[in-house]
Write a protein that binds this ligand. Sequence first.
Ligand SMILES: N[C@@H](CCC(=O)N[C@@H](CS)C(=O)NCC(=O)O)C(=O)O
Length: 264
Amino acid sequence: MVTLYEHPLSPYAQKCKIALREKGVEFELKQPGAIGSGVAGPNEFMATNPRGEVPAFIDDEVRIFDSTIILEYIEDKWPEPALLPATPAERARVRMIEEVCDTHYEAINWGLSELTWFKRATGTLEQSLRGQAATQIRKIHGWLERQLGESDWFNGERFGWGDLCVIPYVAGSIGHGNPPARDSALSRWADRVRVVPSVASTLADAKVVPSGRGMGDVASLLEQGLFKREYRDHRLEWMIRSGGVDVVIKGLEKSNIRFSNDFE
Ligand SMILES: N[C@@H](CCC(=O)N[C@@H](CS)C(=O)NCC(=O)O)C(=O)O
């Protein structure tokens, strides 16, 4: 049986869980003990992903990190049912949607999590960051609508890779109070995708995290120095370009943010 290190709220892990469920591959889920704490192994999880991020995937001797690379492996090893569309052009189109969601879209929801759960800003800075996030999400929803066009599915004729890589982020936005516009094509698509069994069970997992809802009282754990959140790549860029450079500076001063680990 394969093993997936995950956190139920991680959109990247959700992509992999949906794919495994679509393929009918049996898997065991594990949550790394110190995820988000910046504490690095040595352990099986860190040996699988030196970045200390979920998802991380183990299939016997094979160890893989990064959700896109995990999805590629799953598609290669268990080709049926195919999740990618058939033609090179369609596959490239779907991969571009995934790339946009994993970088541009994810960063916005992540920024809102930093505000809601980790209380990184208050007052006018919080309001300004939230306002910018809402505008950015409206824009990216518009972009997604244009990618969807007249189709029922991002993947083409049926549910697939193009859909499983978008739904974790749209579900995250709904959770943060930024749903797709009412009666829009994206909102109708979300209703359609949410009931696909592999998606429904993956989103249901996200509601059963310890302490009931969301991330619980992680802000006080942050204050106690028990969390050291990763500000990497597009997330760091989002915080700075949206006006939160002070959040980054404060996090560095208090040592409750981290950048990438060294590869050794
Ligand atoms: N590019 C990676 C991103 C994975 C990632 O950023 N995962 C987050 C959770 S959503 C994480 O584990 N962060 C670790 C931390 O904050 O310490 C992928 O596609 O798998």
